[in-house]
Design a protein around this ligand. Structure first.
Ligand SMILES: Nc1c(C(=O)O)ncn1[C@@H]1O[C@H](COP(=O)(O)O)[C@@H](O)[C@H]1O
Length: 165
């Protein structure tokens, strides 16, 4: 993304090992030409940097934060605790519990600090990006038209599906 364009969507993940999943969010943002940033931020391993990221998010112009983490996935909830920018949580599949631990860690937020929680894995990452785009499209008619076109294309692909019968 052009460094002079201020990012409006932040993509963060607890480890570089989450990239295989989280790249699917970044790919969707790129496809739609959304100014974004992507980086590793961990609530557990770098709490001070996580706080600074969340506390500065709104004034830096972020309008949504997509946060992916695996296992004891506290990152999305902790970011949400420190900013009013909407946080979209992506449960990353974990080594031993297939991401069910990640999902439950992210989705079971206490009342008052919401994290919108998506499906485990790459579909969740892509859908989080599409939701961020839908949020931005509420005040951007050109982006809304691109999102409508994307949906139409997807519908056509489904209509054209053939089974090997
Ligand atoms: N869940 C969190 C947090 C956090 O929530 O702050 N920080 C790292 N992690 C997760 O630990 C997993 C293993 O990380 P490593 O592969 O680096 O050992 C990753 O899925 C990451 O998201």
């Amino acid at each position: 993304m052009n460094a002079t364009v201020k990012p409006v969507v932040g993509v963060v993940m607890g480890s570089s090992s989450d990239w295989d999943v989280m790249q699917h969010a970044v790919a969707v943002l790129k496809d739609f030409g959304i100014a974004h940033e992507a980086q590793v931020i961990s609530a557990h391993r770098m709490p001070d940097q996580m706080f600074a990221y969340a506390e500065s998010a709104r004034e830096r112009g972020l309008r949504a934060i997509i946060a992916g983490a695996g296992g004891a996935a506290h990152l999305p909830g902790m970011i949400a605790a420190k900013t009013i920018v909407p946080v979209l949580g992506v449960p990353v599949p974990s080594k031993y519990l297939r991401g069910e631990d990640s999902l439950l860690s992210i989705v079971q937020m206490p009342k008052g600090i919401p994290v919108a929680t998506y499906a485990i894995g790459e579909a969740g990452a892509a859908n989080a990006a599409l939701s961020a785009i839908a949020m931005l499209a509420t005040t951007d008619d050109a982006l809304a038209a691109r999102l409508e076109a994307f949906r139409k294309t997807q519908t056509q692909v489904a209509l054209d599906m053939k089974l090997p019968t």
